[in-house]
Design a protein around this ligand. Structure first.
Ligand code: HEM
Length: 464
């Protein structure tokens, strides 16, 4: 049993909750959550404006919320406030409707099915690299965004969205920028014609136009190509009715948004971390040279790209694209002996738990090597939860890890990405955690070396 600290949690009923202002949450949410954890420990009940919110910072308590008592919660306020964007898609829907849709979508994410996406992931990455030149300066984040959007489009909807990637990417960026203002998201109804709301509406319509086109093209072709869109189109209710275009729009916009920006940001943070940790980068290169030599990676290489996998795992620990999660209590119960009542919010932050020194040695350091032993097995289940957990766990977990590893391997085999001096790489914690001004890099074509070294136990020369 892990020790749970309960510093300063008000002992009495929730009315006694200490007040915290929402301002700092808006301005620097990562610091806000960290500060609460430092001041109050594993569980803290606070009043943030009118909302009674329980902040949970211990893996066992997070498990209670996400797994043991999952039925006593619904999604949190920020996601609910974004329903006009995601509609009744998988991320935001609830209850029986969500369960039905989850079961429908699940086959598209089964291991065997995902395996068939590997070639597309590598092929699209190679296509991107054809336009890369040594010495050139680029925004790696922009490239990753475009690439992962194209991959989601092709693998799940068999749509070549290359021509749309720029527009969707821009619209999405604006949505996330606007969504970073939690106060506005929660308190300003989305139908009020404020400048921000009108902008959101315009950007959503822009994305919808593209999605409705993809749906109409597939309906017209009548082809069942076996992808997710075909499965959704073929699905029938018990009464024989099929999904409306609106439902299809909700599922597709959710998968496009949830499924591309998260992986893109993970990769962008990875390039940034690698560029600052030359020993890690060298070890990664040595593995790629040893395993791949002169060819691009395939699905079969993944079991041998062990260190590459650890790089992604560690990157998701330090810069989890889903940096925090929230729930609303729908049924009264207790957490760690404290009463929680209907309408209260519960907040958990991967950002905080992943950097807790109780679970990680030198938690602020980028050390993929920490994953080489049995750390994952030794950790409490929710000390590492970049993909959430319980019934609402990310459906794209395996998809994302495979995609990130293959893209990393395909690119790092050929290029080293050097940071452009003086370009600020700053995090923006909106619904996701992404580099606000991108990650500007100079490309350096790689010369291969170190193949033998990796296998002759000289890794220490390059070990992190
Ligand atoms: C590194 C990449 C990714 C990260 C860090 C990530 C993280 C997460 C997290 C934490 C959740 C749970 C949210 C909650 O419980 O409130 C989630 C849900 C979800 N993710 Fe991901 N995700 C990633 C990639 C993907 C991909 C590639 C797809 C699809 C192609 C995807 C689709 C979804 C969907 C549909 C849900 C809602 C699932 C449900 O409630 O049934 N995600 N993701």
């Amino acid at each position: 049993m892990w020790h749970v600290t309960r510093k300063k949690f008000p002992a009495g009923p929730s009315e006694g909750l200490k007040r915290w202002s929402l301002g700092p949450l808006n301005n620097s949410p990562l610091e806000y959550f960290t500060k609460i954890a430092h001041e109050y420990g594993d569980i803290a009940g606070l009043r943030v404006l009118n909302f009674k919110t329980i902040f949970i910072n211990h893996p066992d308590l997070i498990e209670e919320v996400l797994v043991t008592n999952a039925r006593k919660y619904s999604k949190g306020r920020v996601l609910r406030a974004n329903r006009h964007v995601f509609g009744e898609g998988l991320l935001t829907s609830e209850g029986d409707f969500w369960l039905r849709q989850r079961r429908l979508a699940q086959p598209a994410f089964h291991r065997a099915r995902i395996a068939s996406y590997a070639a597309t992931m590598v092929q699209y990455t190679e296509r991107l690299l054809e336009s890369w030149r040594g010495g050139e300066e680029r925004d790696a984040h922009r490239d990753m965004m475009r690439l992962t959007l194209q991959i989601v489009g092709k693998t799940l909807f068999d749509a070549d969205v290359e021509r749309d990637a720029k527009e969707v990417g821009k619209s999405l960026e604006l949505l996330l920028e606007i969504g970073a203002n939690f106060r506005r998201t929660i308190f300003v109804p989305h139908w009020l014609p404020t400048p921000a709301n009108l902008r959101v509406k315009r950007e959503v319509e822009q994305i919808e136009k593209i999605l409705y086109r993809i749906i109409a093209e597939r309906r017209a072709s009548g082809h069942d190509v076996g992808d997710l869109l075909s499965m959704l189109l073929a699905a029938q209710d018990e009464d024989g009715s099929k999904m409306t275009d609106r439902q299809l729009r909700d599922e597709t916009i959710t998968l496009f948004l949830a499924g591309h920006e998260t992986t893109a940001s993970t990769l962008s943070w990875t390039w940034w971390l690698l560029a600052q940790n030359p020993a890690v980068e060298a070890k990664l290169h040595a593995e790629l040279d040893a395993v791949l030599g002169d060819r691009a990676p395939t699905l079969d290489d993944l079991p041998r790209l062990v260190y590459s996998g650890h790089v992604i795992t560690e990157s998701l620990r330090l810069y989890p694209a889903a940096w925090g999660m929230a729930r609303l209590v729908v049924e009264d119960h207790e957490i760690a002996g404290y009463p929680v009542t209907k309408g209260m919010g519960v907040a958990m932050a991967q950002w905080v738990v992943h950097r807790d020194p109780r679970w990680y040695e030198a938690p602020e350091e980028f050390r993929p090597v920490r994953w080489e032993g049995d750390l994952m097995k030794r950790l409490p289940r929710f000390a590492y939860f970049p993909f959430g957990g319980g019934p609402r766990q990310c459906i794209g977990n395996a998809f994302a890890v495979m995609e990130a590893t293959l893209i990393l391997a395909t690119i790092a085999r050929k290029f080293r990405l050097r940071l452009v001096a003086n370009h600020p790489v700053v995090s923006l914690a909106s619904i996701t955690l992404r580099p606000r001004h991108g990650v500007r890099v100079v490309l350096e074509a790689r010369q291969k070396k170190g193949v033998e070294r990796f296998f002759t136990g000289e890794q220490s020369a390059v070990a992190d």
